[in-house]
Design a protein around this ligand. Sequence first.
Ligand code: CMC
Length: 431
Amino acid sequence: MSDTSKSATLTIDGESYDLPILTPTCGPDVVDIRKLYSQAGVFTYDPGFTSTASCDSSITFIDGDKGELLHRGYPIEQLAEKSHYLEVCYLLLYGELPSAADLEKFEATITRHTMIHEQMHNFFRGFRRDAHPMATMVGVVGAMSAFYHDSTDIGDERQREVASHRLIAKMPTIAAMAYKYSIGQPFVYPRNDLDYAANFLHMCFAVPAEEYEVDPILARAMDRIFTLHADHEQNASTSTVRLASSSGANPFACIAAGIACLWGPAHGGANQACLEMLKEIGSPDNIPEYIARAKDKNDPFRLMGFGHRVYKNFDPRATVMKQSADEVLDLMGVENNPILATAKELEKAALADEYFAEKKLFPNVDFYSGIILEAMGFPTSMFTPIFALSRTVGWISQWKEQLADPQMKIGRPRQLYEGSGPRDYVDIENR
Ligand code: CMC
């Protein structure tokens, strides 16, 4: 961020106020209103933060009109093609691509933290078997602060580092255990001879009774899902993590807050909602009816997995994810799966429809990741936990960045109050 000679002038009741304009490395200029209230006595009003930058950050940049997503300056397409998830984790956390030696050391560190404290298994057993795995994850990740006391002091840089590594390493184990518990199978311990994505698939699909070989095409597709969901600048869950952290809360509590926020169907829950919608549509024959409903202003139905708050031309993650979806569908075959056949036809029909073209609504990353996860054999309830484990590195990187920021303040938005003015209490017998 650099100060420029540019400023904006705001006039209220004939009084003028100069507001500095800040210029970022990429993206639109930002009007600095930090002194507005102290100087002019007014607030700004921006529900949904559609025009408000809540922080400065050097991690991720999105240009929604161009369909551009950069992590530390590197385009997501290049990272998805040439890199892999743990390297992207290093990049997000430390700001630069690692040397070969640094990457080896980082991967070894993450690998050595994959098990969770044995006593934490009891937490899982306390949940009902039909609990949503996201509910289990919110609880278990929050409970990590009760186990890893030696990494909750946010003032200690080394403890912050250890907490980051623990969260990235243990999240797949926690997500896989939540899944195994929900289907009544034994927990499968992590295998450190497998890479991050293959280990996750192994923990989800292996059983102690027999050998399970992870297919390299599925492991690669899983790694891509992780990579494409790793960070997405100041979205709702990341902003939740930052807001929780601004009060000085410990890292495990902050990430649990992020998981809770991600769960909603307008955010991370969209991949589950999308697959449920495909099941409801049931067959390609019913697609015209559902497209008509999505266009009907009097019907609240929306095509889940279509549209995006920021990307208004295309979602660059979806372009890469589509390639993986095609590979996985070729491997697994769609002929016998009406949901996947419906997805392929819906994609075609919506892209050819004028309403969707005019409103710039195209399949987003969750449309394709949902299809891949369905083809791999995950139940829909696991889609959002997989998003949560992928996004953990983004939350942690933003959390680390915020704690290192000398300007950090507790987050405390203002409001436009529309309730009653002051009035006297009325005794109950007089109401
Ligand atoms: N189906 C039908 N119409 C839609 C859809 C849709 N999926 N999305 C937006 N529209 C219409 C909407 O009705 C509105 O029409 P009009 O201007 O006539 O009132 C117009 O498009 C603009 O919609 P909006 O709600 O103002 O747009 P937004 O930027 O606030 O919403 C969104 C973005 C993602 C919440 C929305 O597109 C949506 O609900 N999509 C389905 C849910 C989904 O797939 N979410 C995952 C997003 S990607 C994951 C992530 O990054 O978290």
